[in-house]
Every structure is written in C-alpha cells, then in structure tokens.
Design a protein around this ligand. Structure first.
Ligand code: PLP
Length: 481
C-alpha cells in the first residue's frame, strides 16, 4: 500500500479561545427547521409548537455507583442509536405475517416478500438512488464495503483517506490501495485527491470517502471531492454511516456511485445495512454469499447466478431487519428539518460547552469552525479517557465511548501533539434520544471531572477497566427472555 504524502501533515488541536472561556448559556429555545440560524439568533420558539423529532423508545433508568438511579443519558449515538418507536411498531406489525420470503405462495409469504421489496424501494428513495441503481441488503456498513471490495473489477486502484473508519479503510487489496494522509483543510483534501488521481495508472479507480467523521463528527466536502474524482474518470463510494442520520444524502446531487450505511446507526436494530449503487460491477462480480436465493439455475456441472440484489443476498434474508431500516428511513425523511434543527442546537451547546471547560481539549480535522454532526472527541487533562468514561457512567448515568473508535490512524494523528501517555480520547455523540437535560448533565460532569477529578475512588479491574472502589451496582442484570 502506498502512502501518498509529499506534504508534511501536522495537526492542530482545537485551541480553546479566550472568548469561549465562559460556558455558553444553556439551551433554552429550539431553532425552527431550515432557518439556518443559531440558537442564539433564533427567536424563542414555543416548545409545544416546535416541529417534532421522531420519538425514540423511552430511555432506561440506570444505577449509579452509590445506589442511586438516574435516567440514562445516551451520548453514544455514533456507535448505535436507540430504536425509534415507529421502527418498533413496524417490526411488531410485520411480525404478525412473518413468513418465508420470495419462496412461498402462501399469503403471509407474499406479504413478507412485498414488505421486503418495498423496504428496498424506501431505502432507494432515502438516498436518492438513480434509475438502475441496486439496493443490496447487507449486515452493516462493514459488510457493504467488503461486498464492494469483492465486486471491484480486476486491478481497480482504490484511493482512501487515512481518516476513515476501519470498515472503509481496510477491505481493499493492500497493494492496489493508495492511502492519503489526514488533510488539514477541505482544499487540502481536494489537492491530495487530485494529485493521487493524476498518479493513478489503472483504468479503473475507486475513491472511498466518508460523509462524516465518526471521531470528530465533521462533515466532508463530498460533492467537491466527488467532482474531482469524476473529472478523472474515477468512481466514488461514500461511507454514510455517520451521515444519513444527520443530513440528507442524494446520490445524484453528491455525484457518488455507491453509498453504504447501517440500520443500527439510524434508530433501527442491529444486523442490517445497505449498499446502494451502480449495478454493473455488482452484477459481474462473483456472488458474495453463494447459496439459495442467489441462483437462477443449478445443473450438475454449472451454476447460473442471478443478477440484481439477489445475487449477493444468498440465504434467507433478514426481512424484519430490512423493514426496520425502511421504517427508520421513512421517519427520518419525514422529519428531516426537525432533526437538523434539534441536532444543530445540541451541537452548538456541546461543542461550545466542552471547549469552554478549563482542562478539556476538543479535536478536529478541519478546524474549529468546521460544520459537524453532534459528535465531539475530547480529552480531560490529567484524567485518562477510560477513567473519564467510567466516571461519567458510574457517577452520572452517562454513556460515552473512549478509545480510538476504529479509526486508529486518525486518532493517532489528532493526539500527536499530546503527552505520550494520552493515546485515546473520549467521544460524545448525541442524537434523537438526547435531551437538553442530558447535555447540561454531561457538561456539568465533565467540568467537575476537569476541576476536581473523579467523585469517588476508582480501581482497575481485569476485563472491566476502571470501577469505583465502593461500587454498589449489580453487574448481572436479569436476562430479557
Ligand atoms: N463507518 C463509520 C464512519 C462508522 O462510524 C462505522 C461504525 O462505527 C462504520 C463505518 C462501521 O459500521 P458497522 O459497525 O455498522 O459495520
């Protein structure tokens, strides 16, 4: 694999600005959808008349270390989102006619098959699929990109930024992959890509882009980068795992050839993802899952494979998973404006609030003002990231993630200027289950950690990481069945 880097790349941490020192005022009024105004500029909007975001299932209550109980503040939407109420209802309804799909004449089978194909149509609408594009149901985004990697014409050159999640960084044949360094600006990204494309000698090139970083939440300039790729005859695959839940994706407008995302990051359960895009490479490729459903005809000495999505969906498909994804897509599509304004408020308060805390360092690829989803990676001076996340959970009922977020190259680059013992960060990622109270609770808890350290003593336990010395929480909970 070549590392295309003639430009030395160093990373600036987001500098805390003196004028950000005071914590911005708590959220009090939502922004009307599509107004493009910040919460501070927006006129007060009556909460009862503000456009509704789709409801997630009720947040559970969780125990704290000292025997308390508190509503769970889920700041881990970037990993997996809680289910939407409408998704649960759709799956519940479909369960009543649950039957074999594409294989039976029974009425229930026909209903299941109809739901499954209608789910494909809903996903196609959700991403603005073009005439002739295929919608293949997979297990998740990782699966989608592995499928695409197997479908590339021989000798296809792949160009990918080092910022990518491992799901999009790793599936490609190493010797045919050019890894671009982490860019400093959007223009830098374009220049790096243009340069790599000029040097590509292959007749077939695939550029792999991310819509939004799972580490910093920053949106990438997909339309501009895709135009650069197209200008050199390359195809573009978009990792929209962290994008479609926050911003609209339209294949045609963005000028990309393939898009992939996971249901469990858009308020549907685990186990279903999608790959949408041009049919030609997919139809020529060997079936991803050889088996029943993917075959047109099987003779003693030969097998004819179907074309279309079925070619890569061997075996009984995850019909309920596809229905769940479709229900989530439909809800997000319907409430897009309300979702964007809800998340804009959360993002402003989260980013501004965290940056204002003495001892907290937040990180970005493209700079302080970059447009981003409600996702922030940060460190707390003097408190290891695993201890930050353990304390937020044990003392405040707040769920976050710490580590390198399956994006090791990016996190290493972002933390390059930190002390040698700072090798991981904390990530907060908000979404539809996040309330204003959750945000204020998080900011208060992080401010307290940064100023005073943890609220109780912790020890490290093999397999569990940091736990309070006097932890009163039960580690075993009743099984759900
Ligand atoms: N791409 C990005 C940007 C992600 O954040 C993730 C998961 O966190 C993935 C791909 C992989 O998604 P999945 O684990 O559902 O395959």
């Amino acid at each position: 694999m070549s590392i295309a880097s003639s430009i030395p790349h160093t990373f600036t941490r987001e500098r805390r600005q003196p004028w950000l020192r005071s914590v911005p005022a708590p959220i009090t009024s939502p922004v009307s959808p599509g107004s493009g105004r910040s919460a501070a500029q927006a006129p007060a909007v009556d909460r009862l008349t503000a456009p509704a975001i789709p409801a997630t299932v009720a947040a559970p209550t969780v125990p704290t270390w000292n025997g308390g109980v508190v509503e769970y503040a889920n700041f881990d939407h970037g990993a997996s989102t809680p289910a939407l109420v409408s998704v649960v209802a759709a799956v519940d309804k479909a369960t009543a006619t649950y039957s074999s799909v594409h294989r039976g004449q029974g009425w229930a089978s026909q209903v299941s098959s109809h739901y499954y194909e209608a789910a494909r149509d809903e996903v196609a609408r959700f991403v603005g699929a073009r005439e002739g594009d295929e919608v293949v149901f997979t297990r998740n985004t990782t699966d989608s990109f592995n499928l695409l990697a197997r479908a590339l014409p021989r000798r296809t050159q792949v160009i990918v930024f080092a910022t990518e999640h491992h799901a999009t960084l790793l599936p490609w044949e190493e010797r045919r992959t050019t890894r671009l360094p982490v860019p400093l600006t959007h223009r830098d990204a374009e220049a790096l890509l243009r340069d790599a494309l000029k040097r590509s000698t292959s007749s077939s090139t695939l550029v792999v882009l991310s819509g939004a970083s799972n580490v910093t939440g920053e949106y990438w300039a997909v339309e501009r980068l895709a135009a650069v790729a197209r200008g050199r005859g390359a195809r573009v695959a978009l990792d929209a795992a962290q994008l479609v839940g926050h911003r609209r994706v339209d294949l045609d407008t963005l000028g990309v050839d393939y898009v992939a995302f996971s249901g469990h990051k858009i308020y549907a359960p685990y186990g279903t993802g999608v790959l949408v895009g041009r049919a030609d490479w997919l139809d020529k490729a060997a079936p991803y899952l050889a088996g029943g459903g993917a075959t047109a005809e099987v003779a003693p000495l030969s097998t004819t494979w179907k074309t279309g999505p079925a070619r890569h969906e061997g075996g009984t498909p995850n019909v309920l998973g596809a229905i769940a994804v479709a229900a989530a897509c439909a809800a997000i599509r319907e409430h897009r404006g309300a979702i964007e304004s809800h998340e804009q408020r959360l993002t402003e308060r989260l980013v501004g609030g965290l940056r204002a805390i003495e001892g907290v360092e937040t990180f970005s690829i493209f700079g302080d003002d970059a447009d981003r989803a409600p996702v922030v990676a940060f460190t707390v001076e003097g408190v290891p990231s695993p201890l930050v996340s353990a304390a937020l959970s044990a003392e405040h009922g707040i769920g976050v993630r710490d580590g390198k977020f399956c994006a090791h190259l990016l996190v290493d680059a972002l933390l390059a200027d930190e002390d040698a013992d700072v090798t991981t960060a904390v990530r907060v990622s908000a979404g539809l289950a996040t309330t204003d109270e959750h945000v204020e609770r998080l900011l208060g808890a992080v401010a307290s950690l940064a100023a005073n350290g943890t609220g109780t003593a912790y020890k490290q336990v093999e397999g569990r990481g940091w736990v309070p010395v006097d932890d009163q929480r039960e580690t075993l909970v009743d099984l759900p069945w």
